[in-house]
Ligand binder design. Structure first.
Ligand code: FAD
Length: 291
């Protein structure tokens, strides 16, 4: 039987997972593998590999997911988006991966290019992730994760509207929800409560991005619409240009955040590790007594 996301979240303790992106150079790939060797210490249930803007990393994504699975013996999921391919092309790509028993997909719409008003689906492609989930399901019994937004998706008129759309993805066959990064757990708890009130029972995994530096996190927040609590921002600003000090604040913040999530029964934590092990390993040291 092929592995399913649900296998990871029924062990009575929060499952840890890690997200990576395909490096552009061979040197980057070698560095990533040595970082992943270190990250094995946290015993991730799976590693997921992102899909670049416009489908630009299509083969890099699947090759890397296969390589990580073969070389490191870690289960891998590949991200796949509605951007850049029509149905036939999608079918060819995912069917080839299914034949290699790549059964775990993080199914997304994908980001629209920054200079356009509205997402334009490819000819014969899909506009929303729920359509993609339904299509992939019709091709093969894939296990799929979908994105959730504790602060609402940037394009959604309200959190309530976004939640209705989340329900469509779940009804189409998603097995798990992985959230966008957030820094205030109250937003997450409020979100979980609303999701559960809609009758959605699948695991909700918290996406945690350990802050590396203030300029970098500002850039990410600008893209995804998540917010930084004032107190945390102030602490980061007090470091001035000292990015190493900001990274340590990021580690401590993530330890506190994850401890609180675990104590409150979170299903899993998905680390956006940015292809680096340093912060995640320190966070693991700070939470492992609870796991
Ligand atoms: P959707 O669920 O389709 O939602 C997009 C917008 O449309 C939302 O505002 C929603 O409310 C609305 N909507 C949804 N369905 C409907 C409907 N049926 N009718 C009307 N409105 C609707 N991006 C990448 O390019 N590559 C990646 O690898 C990647 N990985 C990610 C991993 C995670 C865990 C997360 C949280 C995000 C990731 N993203 C990635 C970013 C993601 O592609 C963007 O956030 C994108 O803008 C929305 O994707 P979605 O799947 O949530 O879209």
């Amino acid at each position: 039987m092929s592995v399913r996301f649900t296998d990871f979240y029924k062990k009575g303790k929060p499952a840890l997972s890690v997200e990576i992106f395909p490096p552009k150079t061979e040197k980057g790939v070698n560095n990533l593998f040595s970082e992943l060797e270190k990250l094995k210490q946290i015993k991730p249930e799976f590693v997921s590999v992102t899909y670049g803007a416009g489908g630009s990393t299509r083969n890099l994504t699947s090759d890397l997911a296969l390589q990580v699975r073969e070389n490191l013996n870690i289960k891998t999921a590949f991200h796949f988006t509605c951007v850049g391919s029509g149905r036939e092309e999608m079918k060819e790509y995912v069917t080839a991966l299914a034949k290699q028993d790549m059964n775990l997909i993080v199914a997304l719409r994908g980001d629209k290019p920054q200079n356009v008003e509205e997402f334009v689906p490819p000819a014969d492609g899909f506009r929303y992730a729920n359509e993609l989930v339904a299509y992939l399901k019709s091709l093969h019994p894939f296990s799929m994760a979908v994105a959730g937004y504790p602060e609402g998706h940037v394009e959604a008129p309200s959190l309530e509207e976004d939640l209705k759309n989340l329900k469509k993805k779940v009804d189409a066959g998603a097995d798990v929800i992985i959230t966008q990064l957030f820094y205030d757990n109250h937003l997450f708890y409020n979100y979980v409560e609303k999701v559960r009130a809609m009758g959605i029972e699948i695991p909700i995994v918290a996406g945690v991005l350990p802050i590396q530096s203030l300029p970098q996190i500002e850039r990410f927040l600008g893209l995804c619409g998540s917010t930084l609590p004032d107190e945390l921002r102030k602490k980061l600003e007090e470091c001035g240009e000292d990015h190493a000090a900001q990274r340590e604040i990021g580690v401590q913040q993530a330890i506190d955040q994850c401890r609180d999530l675990i104590k409150n029964g979170v299903d899993g934590i998905h680390f956006y590790c940015l292809n680096k092990s340093y912060s995640v390993l320190k966070i693991y040291e700070g939470i492992k007594d609870l796991l």
